[in-house]
Write a protein that binds this ligand. Structure first.
Ligand code: FRU
Length: 477
């Protein structure tokens, strides 16, 4: 077993030790999944950014590889800078990484885009032509220019990265024939205030449904409450470099779902993986975060498949591979009725488990019910399903010594006879999926080992549960 510490996740991806933030360079290359990540190998604080590296056959079991990128050049070597976020692409059998070099001159950041390549997928060489994009277009903030996400379409490589102009966030589109010489092409989308002052880690990709193909732009906005990661769905015109979006949604409503990056897996699925934290909740400038004393900080959310529904909204479904780490199952198959009171949810292991439940809405009279997760006599994380107001609220105000806040979203119950809930609990996080995977809340909870009871609780009326299953989840690296 790698790493030490009671709060370390049991089945979510983490670094061996030290600080981890964004997923970078996710790719299926030469028969393996490669995950890279923003990494500080020296400490459990943010700083001196490297790219950590791990490979896997199933996105769940990992082998750690040597560091892929380390600060080494004048453009990327600074304790408050380094090799910032970016992405990967395969071209003619070679693996290319596009990343942001971030350094500080005087008291301000300077950021530009760089490239590195590898033939074996393990050892990387930084391009002689770095930085391959030396500065943003004129009029843009030179210190807020980062996170290139690269793809290929017909004859060109494209990349989208974040830019800031007039204190507002934008997604900038560049194109290139060779991954080294890049031209600014267009502004893909921009904030007019509603989406904040900086869009970190933009990503742009096509998805198909029965009506045809759409493009999706995702990003993590700075300066917008209640939106950690946004998606926009619309149409892309590669002739003009214009993207017109008609649909706006939250990928996740929780506190801890930031900087998602997507890639296409070996069977053609579009998978998204995010950093299971957010800058607001990870005070990296202080030393009192809960896991720092265990010598680590940060994990990834579970890989989710992005699916375009016929109404052009998105579903985010945890990958099927997760079934392979299910151990003992506990289930209530027959209908069960809870009448004003609470019922213990059967779990083989109350700390690390998966739960699926179906509520019979037509026959329930309760206005609302709660799932009380990771609880002991005093503490619990409480998910309130308000059936009357059609809202989901998740409160971690009383969940541990450290976490706080309540997340809120709508619940799309109109015309529905049942409500389905699917959730994953790990040593220090909870991911709740509902509304057919359209409404999801992910949050960290640094609960103690004795917080191992989970309940369904009803204050008034009756709640009819059609079915409830839980699985203990465990894995070895
Ligand atoms: C997002 C982010 C990126 C940046 C990286 C630095 O979490 O702020 O914009 O490249 O982290 O570690």
């Amino acid at each position: 077993e790698v790493g030490k510490g009671a709060m370390r996740q049991k089945y979510h991806f983490m670094a061996e030790e030290g600080w981890l933030n964004d997923p970078n360079g996710l790719i299926y290359f030469k028969g393996k999944y490669h995950f890279f990540y923003q990494y500080n190998p020296y400490d459990s604080y943010w700083g001196s950014m490297h790219w950590g590296h791990a490979i896997s056959d199933d996105m769940l079991h990992w082998e750690y590889l040597p560091l892929a990128l380390a600060p080494s050049e004048t453009y990327d070597n600074h304790p408050k800078g380094g090799c910032f976020s970016g992405s990967a692409i395969e071209h003619e059998g070679r693996l290319y990484l596009l990343y942001t070099a971030s350094t500080i001159y005087g008291d301000g950041f300077v950021q530009n885009q760089c490239m590195a390549y590898s033939d074996d997928g393990i050892h990387f060489v930084k391009s002689e032509k770095n930085p391959v994009i030396a500065a943003p277009p004129s009029g843009y903030d030179v210190g807020e220019f980062r996170d290139p996400k690269v793809w290929k379409h017909e004859d060109y490589f494209y990349l989208v990265c974040s830019g800031k102009k007039d204190e507002l966030g934008q997604a900038l589109l560049y194109r290139s024939k060779n991954l080294e010489d890049w031209d600014f092409f267009n502004v893909l989308a921009e904030s007019r205030g509603e989406f904040g002052y900086m869009w970190e880690c933009p990503d742009f990709f096509p998805l198909k449904n029965a009506n045809g193909e759409k493009y999706v732009l995702t990003f993590s906005p700075m300066g917008v409450k209640e939106r950690t990661s946004i998606y926009l769905v619309g149409d892309m015109n590669y002739e003009t470099g214009k993207f017109n979006y008609t649909t706006v949604g939250n990928i996740d409503w929780g506190f801890d779902y930031y900087a998602p990056q997507s890639f296409v897996d070996q069977s053609g699925r579009r998978i998204l993986i995010a950093w299971a934290n957010g800058w607001d909740w990870m005070p990296w400038w202080k030393d009192w975060g809960p896991t720092f004393k265990e010598g680590w900080c940060g994990s990834f959310n579970l890989p989710r498949e992005a699916i375009l529904d016929t109404d052009n909204t998105l579903k985010f479904v945890p990958i099927e591979e997760l079934r392979s780490i299910r151990k003992s199952v506990e289930a209530i198959h027959e209908k069960s009725i809870i009448e004003k009171g609470e019922r213990l949810i059967p779990t083989a292991n109350g700390n690390c488990f998966e739960l699926k439940m179906t509520i019979d809405l037509a026959n329930s009279t309760a206005d609302s019910f709660e799932l009380r997760l990771r609880s002991n006599d005093h503490l619990a994380t409480i998910a309130t399903f308000d059936l009357r107001k059609q809202m989901l609220r998740v409160s971690r105000d009383n969940s541990d010594d450290w976490s706080q806040g309540t997340t809120k979203s709508n619940l799309l119950l109109k015309d529905k006879a049942t409500l389905k809930i699917h959730l994953f609990v790990d040593q220090s996080s909870i991911e709740i999926f509902t509304d057919d995977y359209k409404t999801n809340h992910s949050l960290n909870v640094f609960a103690k080992e004795d917080q191992n009871k989970n309940y369904v609780s009803v204050a008034e009326g009756t709640l009819v549960i059609d079915q409830l299953e839980t699985w203990e989840l465990t894995k070895t690296m």
